[in-house]
Design a protein around this ligand. Structure first.
Ligand code: GCU
Length: 435
């Protein structure tokens, strides 16, 4: 008999992949020619059938309606009376990163009292700029200590996803994971270009697993015994988005941050979150979705890459429970993701894809951005400027930006440079408060 270990060596990896795919009952299409036809809901027609012809009609009537549809059917409802107590400066390092940055840690409570969840907002501000600066704000996946090699950023104390490559096998952060995501956060380059950076570990708002709500914000504001929340109760993405709003509360009152020039950014699941945060909270001056895919910028009705059924099965905690009702009937969903992007209008929004990231459906992300154009047009704002996806590595667009970077699912320096170019155009980088 062949011992199991040797058998593993005999069976090539791609066989295992094929076997796993065969066992997977959820079909995934990654061929353009097999995308069935679909009809998108019209952002410029109200639920009762009325046409929306002006910016005033959009803002006064249709926008609230679309926002309500996303609350009711997709991300769930952010509770109305969440606590917004003030933040506390925890540490201040005026000469960080070789003197280039002022680095601060700001504690932002998410509930009243000291026991509830709180976020540890890590902020870098460029010392070479005076006055109030524009800031990029984004959640990170694994803890603030992963975005930098600086040894005095504490390891995140709570639950983190297991990452055996960094020695994390029991959901506790390790010293080996310090700086593991630094390549995704070009801090010095941001400082050099006149931007601040603020980041928060998403798991401090709510750990990213189906039971994470119990120890996160959602569990703190609803009874942890509550097993059957309402069909429109918020999911993890809703909770994370609220964390971004709370981080913005803290940035708005910061003497060196221009609260009117804060861009919210996110990659992948955190890109879905950035879009939802930007849609709900119009204080975000600019919104960036990096490869947010299904449930983000990609059209749900376009059957390419990850599907609604797949995402709701793998990540049952991300959206509201009513979203699952559309797993097998997407045509019945009263909205699609182009309307999420439209909720950001007239503020600038950037959607980016990667050529090898078929799971996130680059073309579907492009079409999501394109579908928001009619709403931007009501405000006299130009969108992508073309209805054909551009070649790889060619950024396009005016108030709606887009690029399809060559390569894999990731956020790279190329992506950040394009976001800073876009922010230069829309927010300005002079450093002083120009408003
Ligand atoms: C999975 C998931 C995606 C998500 C991605 C990520 O691939 O299916 O929807 O965007 O994880 O967050 O990295």
């Amino acid at each position: 008999m062949i011992p199991r270990r040797s058998l593993r060596l005999l069976v090539p990896c791609w066989w295992i992949t094929l076997l796993l795919q065969a066992a997977d009952p959820i079909p995934i299409n990654q061929e353009e020619s097999k995308v069935p036809a679909y009809t998108l809901p019209d952002p410029l027609r109200s639920t009762s059938g009325e046409p929306v012809r002006t910016a005033a009609a959009w803002s006064g009537m249709r926008r609230p309606e679309v926002l309500e549809l996303f609350r009711n059917h997709v991300y769930g409802r952010t509770p109305e009376s969440l606590d917004r107590s003030g933040s506390i400066l925890v540490s201040d390092h005026p000469q960080a990163r070789g003197g280039r940055a002022t680095r601060q840690r700001i504690r932002v409570p998410l509930t009243r009292g000291s026991d509830g969840p709180a976020i540890d907002l890590l902020v870098y501000l460029p010392n070479a700029r005076s006055g109030k600066v524009p800031v990029f704000l984004g959640l990170n996946f694994d803890g603030n200590h992963t975005v930098t090699l600086e040894p005095d950023i504490p390891l995140t104390p709570g639950w983190v996803p297991n990452r055996p490559q960094w020695g994390i096998t029991n959901h506790a952060a390790t010293e080996a994971s310090r700086g593991s995501a630094a390549g995704r956060w070009p801090i010095d380059r941001l400082l050099e270009r006149g931007y601040g950076l603020a980041t928060v570990y998403c798991g401090e708002i709510e750990p990213d697993h189906p039971e994470g709500w119990r120890t996160g914000l959602r569990g703190a504001v609803i009874s942890p015994e509550l097993q059957a929340p309402a069909a429109d109760a918020w999911g993890a993405i809703g909770a994370w988005a609220w964390g971004l709003t709370r981080a913005l509360d803290a940035l708005e009152t910061h003497p060196r941050v221009d609260g009117r020039r804060v861009a919210v950014i996110g990659h992948s699941r955190l890109g879905k979150t950035a879009l939802w945060a930007g849609a709900q909270d119009s204080r975000f001056a600019l919104v960036i979705s990096n490869e947010s895919g299904e449930g983000g910028a990609a059209l749900a009705r376009r059957d390419f890459g990850e599907t609604l059924l797949r995402i709701n099965t793998s990540f049952p905690h991300w959206f509201c429970s009513r979203f699952k009702a559309y797993n097998h009937d997407i045509a019945a969903l009263p909205v699609d993701q182009h309307e999420l992007i439209a909720l950001i209008a007239p503020r600038p929004v950037y959607v980016a894809s990667a050529t090898e990231d078929l799971w996130a459906d680059p073309k579907g992300e492009f079409l999501g951005a394109l579908g928001a154009e009619p709403v931007y047009a009501l405000f006299g704002k130009k969108g992508l400027g073309t209805s054909t996806p551009p070649p790889s590595d060619r950024p396009i667009g005016d108030s709606i930006g887009y690029h399809n970077r060559s390569g894999k699912h990731d956020i790279t320096t190329y992506d950040w440079e394009r976001y800073m170019d876009f922010a230069d155009r829309h927010l300005g980088t002079r450093g002083a408060d120009t408003h």
